[in-house]
Design a protein around this ligand. Sequence first.
Ligand SMILES: Cc1ncc(COP(=O)(O)O)c(C=O)c1O
Length: 392
Amino acid sequence: MTQGRPLLNRRLAEFGTTIFAEMSALAVRTGAINLGQGFPDTDGPEEVREAAVRALRAGHGNQYPPGPGVPELRTAITEHQLRRYALTYDPDTEVLVTAGATEAVAASMLALLEPGDEVIALEPYYDSYAACIAMAGATRVPVTLHPEPSTGSYRLDLDELRAAVTPRTRLLLLNTPHNPTGTVLTREELAAIAALACERDLLVVTDEVYEHLVFEGEHLPLASFPGMRERTVTISSAGKTFSFTGWKVGWITASPELVTAVRSAKQFLTYVSAGPFQYAVAEALRLPDSYFDTLRADLRAKRDLLSGGLAEAGFEVYRPAGTYFVTTDIRPLDSSGDGFAFCRSLPERCGVVAVPNAVFYDHREQGAPFVRFAFCKRTEVLAEAVSRLKGL
Ligand SMILES: Cc1ncc(COP(=O)(O)O)c(C=O)c1O
């Protein structure tokens, strides 16, 4: 306290230390296997690492790179969007490189929102969304994805989404493939969302960092739907696709007007993002299809290993269609259904760390019995985790 006031401003007062810090510290203290935080335990492709080394040695990007990102990376991003999704973007005016997807979300919220605006986000939501909406002084309006035990998946209720739009709604903040539920929005759902955005004249910010980690169905960028290109900011990142979460290279693609707006905020957050890594990510985006196919096949096998093991251990499993997270219901194992208490005791009980999904909810009671495990770990680590969990 100073001057009788808390140090942290009231916009951020509700956001304490993230659960990931608490659970990762617990993993270190107890020596447990950390399936809490979503980072791979092996690095991405050797040739991409070498590209970063080459860039550093050649003095590419060691001084402030251009504000929008180095031209090589901006061009590679537009080539990727064209090759994968037949979306055409101008590398000079329709791309902005950011310090990871995290900064892209923050800059988008700070640029596009006024205090009092409402932002609709799918709940459970990635934890930085709530904080970024709050920093912009806007109000979040969660629309809850519902677990469907019969299909082992989560479902978006489009009527609930429609009903959540008010005259104050400025923006939809989407995430597909969705962390933590593993939901991949379908063509029909995306078409309905696009129609709603056009009808109510809403902006859409769509976080597609798991675009390459889809095991069931296909990833469809919302920007490819009619009327959406002009009103959509699409976010992605090298962290998940290339297993370099520490590099923090992300980007947005959007119309020139939206890119200009988001850049206005971004330039005063970080100004620019890590130079040499941008050159390396440009090379990564040009890897052949076989790289992306192998990544997906590897993670699909890991999904099956962990999902199967969790089911055998007694959890009710929501098998993800995408991402590298699997959500489980603990109630068959723990009638209290208290995911927080469960995760706090799990390292002592069986040497595994997970995170309680309740932290991703405003309606905490809806998320209470659910717990998330990450499977972006080596097969032997997952196998050991499964064998420990079966001892529960
Ligand atoms: C949905 C989602 N968006 C964004 C991020 C952060 O991405 P980056 O590391 O590129 O900032 C994550 C990381 O877990 C995520 O799950």
